[in-house]
Design a protein. Structure first.
Length: 434
């Protein structure tokens, strides 16, 4: 039975539009989600079958559908490794659904109970990645307005995707309708008061996700939606450390600031929120075999070489590169040797020499060995690079970069050109002074 014919009886659906229905994935207050198969794209997809009347009055249906298509036009342009891709949106009179990337690992709801909590460092890393995704969306004019654990999908480990950007929530909130049931606890106070909201409402929602991941509990309780909303607006929240006494104070402070009822005391920007998450992560008492994805990303984003790179291009670089550490006095590359990698210095100091003569000193953000990228085959090094202190470098394989996306290659070419101009300027100044 087609979904267009049987919206009321979802038990018999075998097709939604052109998509074959495999099975139901879940049901929410504003619709149901189905696993479908795209016969043209030959891929599994997630289909959210929306009920325009679930949170809107009948007279606002037309506005809801118009708002949904407007959201789709913006969301369809988002490209981020931690945002589920939007494939299709249909908002006809007899059916309304959104088709997006299918992620098979479930969602974060499974880790919001005391029995199934993730390690603290993994919870922080996941929320950090969500913050980067939501910051990317905001930069493109998109607010989520429905951040909750069930809208954060898990591929594996801490590799997540934020979904449900396109659900007509802008129109629902404009008409005074809010999520009901379990989703209500994630709604910011200003949204409950039907006030104009911005990214701070999403920050509040993500702060609540972090609270739940760390404690397995909710900070407000009410037997009805009305009472729960009153608690959110008036009651003092239960401190996370009441549920989890071993929680580091710095991390608890991040949660509490994200959940401030007064927007003036809440994080104003995603950059502030992300920076405090990183600082709290570094203070955790854990032994990591290697840096987390969050730390690696934050390190790279802070280097001058990558100053013009977008988040998506930094993530792509990290997938094909690796961090390496060297002690003081170690030769990283030697003149005359062949090589296939170039490097960006992340920390420490290096000396550049040729035939034993010192040519230059390198500091964090500087690049070396990059001429191999412009060579059609492995070339011989023209200088020797030696560590003057313990260093950390990002090692990038030249061939892997040639296979990278066009936008990523463009950013590297711009960075290389900027370095070349700086070096020529430095050389001319030195010659003029001689």
């Amino acid at each position: 039975m087609s979904a267009a014919v049987a919206l009321a009886d979802t038990s018999c659906i075998d097709r939604i539009g052109k998509y074959h229905v495999v099975r139901e994935l879940g049901v929410g207050p504003d619709g149901s989600v189905w696993l479908g198969r795209d016969p043209f794209g030959d891929r599994d997809v997630a289909i959210k079958l929306l009920d325009p009347l679930a949170m809107a009055q009948p007279e606002t249906e037309r506005r809801f559908r118009r708002a949904l298509m407007k959201e789709a036009a913006l969301v369809g342009r988002l490209s981020h490794p931690h945002i589920a891709s939007l494939y299709d949106v249909v908002a006809d009179e007899d059916i309304c659904y959104v088709v997006s990337e299918y992620v098979s690992g479930g969602n974060l709801d499974a880790h919001c109970t005391p029995q199934h909590l993730l390690p603290i460092e993994k919870s922080v890393e996941i929320v950090f990645k969500c913050a980067l995704a939501l910051e990317h969306a905001q930069q493109h004019g998109v607010l989520h307005r429905n951040i909750k654990a069930s809208n954060i999908l898990v591929r594996r480990g801490t590799d997540i995707k934020v979904t449900d950007f396109c659900s007509g929530h802008s129109e629902r909130y404009a008409t005074g309708a809010c999520p009901r049931g379990a989703g209500l606890v994630y709604v910011a106070p200003e949204q409950l008061r039907n006030e104009q909201s911005d990214q701070q409402a999403d920050i509040y929602g993500l702060g609540m996700v972090l609270y739940r991941l760390l404690t397995g509990q909710v900070p407000f309780h009410g037997p009805t939606d009305v009472e729960l909303a009153r608690q959110i607006l008036e009651a003092s929240l239960v401190l996370p450390s009441r549920y989890r006494p071993d929680l580091p104070p710095a991390l608890e402070s991040v949660v509490l600031r994200a959940l401030q009822r007064d927007q003036r005391e809440r994080y104003a920007t995603w950059a502030e929120f992300s920076a405090d998450l990183i600082e709290a992560y570094r203070g955790l008492d854990h032994v990591a075999l290697e840096e987390s994805d969050a730390e690696r990303f934050n390190t790279v984003r802070g280097l001058s070489f990558f100053r013009d790179f977008r988040d998506v291009e930094i993530w792509e670089t990290l997938r094909s590169a690796r961090f390496r550490r060297f002690p003081a006095g170690r030769v990283i590359i030697r003149e005359g040797e062949r090589g296939e990698c170039f490097y960006v210095l992340a920390s420490g100091e290096l000396e550049v020499t040729r035939c034993g003569t010192s040519l230059d000193m390198l500091s964090p953000g500087d690049c070396f060995g990059e001429m191999l990228y412009f060579s059609q085959s492995s070339a011989r090094r023209t200088t020797t690079i030696t560590t003057l202190s313990p260093v950390s470098v990002l090692e990038v394989d030249s061939m892997a970069l040639r296979l990278a996306s066009a936008p990523c290659q463009v950013q590297f070419n711009k960075a290389f050109m900027r370095i070349l101009i700086d070096r020529l300027t430095w050389a001319n100044a030195k010659l003029a002074a001689a």
